[in-house]
Design a protein around this ligand. Structure first.
Ligand SMILES: *Cc1c(COP(=O)(O)O)cnc(C)c1O
Length: 229
């Protein structure tokens, strides 16, 4: 189990190196340790090793782990969110990375205002056009952002993407560049109540390239906890 602590230390070093290489502040990159399918004990070890943020793909799994671990972790939802699970998000998640349509923003807003809460969100963008992948199209981002900005109880803080899987991290670079450029264009719109400070990009296989291309949040699972079975 000590491996987890060691892995986190190593990944933080690699993040710092990638940041330095591109003239960025390593402190400006947040590591989300992806604990999906991982047990509570391993998640606690990651926390002890200084991974403050934990990422889950499913709301139910996040709720279960929250019961055991509580708010000493910052919980991130990184997997697709179904509308009927939106009610669990306010007060549970520090950040929902995976909102990709206006209806979902509307439902999150409804649930958040009912609870007098605020849900911090990223807009997930599908830049590859892969059909099985979540995310709005880049051309839809502006309209969704403008509409969602009027809703109470939700706040958009930036963009998220998942490029097609590849063994070669360089294959992800064009997608990360595109996400960064989209984020700058969205920022230039100057939409009230919206900021574009966060870019969630990069996983085990490509997080260094993501940092080089401007990611402020990387989501790393198997490099910390081992291959998922
Ligand atoms: C599982 C998952 C990750 C982590 O994947 P690894 O390759 O294990 O680092 C990151 N982001 C999303 C959206 C995921 O579903």
């Amino acid at each position: 189990m000590a491996a987890i602590t060691e892995n986190i230390r190593e990944i933080k070093k690699r993040i710092a190196r990638a940041a330095a290489k591109s003239g960025r502040d390593p402190e400006a990159v947040e590591l989300v340790a992806v604990t999906k399918t991982v047990g509570v004990e391993a998640a606690l070890e990651a926390l002890d090793a200084g991974a403050l943020s934990l990422g889950e793909s499913r709301v139910q799994e996040a709720r279960n782990k929250y019961k055991a671990i509580g708010s000493k972790a910052r919980w991130h939802l990184i997997g697709p969110l179904q509308k009927n699970k939106a009610k669990y998000c306010p007060g549970l998640f520090h950040l929902v990375h995976s909102v990709d349509n206006l209806e979902l923003f509307i439902e999150l807003s409804r649930q958040a205002t009912r609870k007098g809460n605020l849900v911090r969100c990223l807009l997930q963008v599908n830049l590859s056009g892969e059909k099985q992948k979540s995310g709005c199209r880049a051309q839809e981002a502006e309209e969704i952002i403008k509409e969602a900005s009027r809703l109470e109880g939700v706040k958009i803080l930036g963009l998220m993407t998942v490029p097609p899987y590849s063994d070669d991290p360089e294959d992800s670079r064009p997608f990360f560049k595109e996400l960064y450029q989209l984020s700058r264009r969205m920022e230039a719109l100057g939409v009230e109540n919206v900021t574009m400070d966060q870019i969630s990009a990069g996983m085990t296989n490509d997080f260094e390239v993501a940092v080089e291309e401007g990611a402020t949040i990387v989501r790393v699972g198997s490099a910390i906890f081992g291959e998922r079975t």
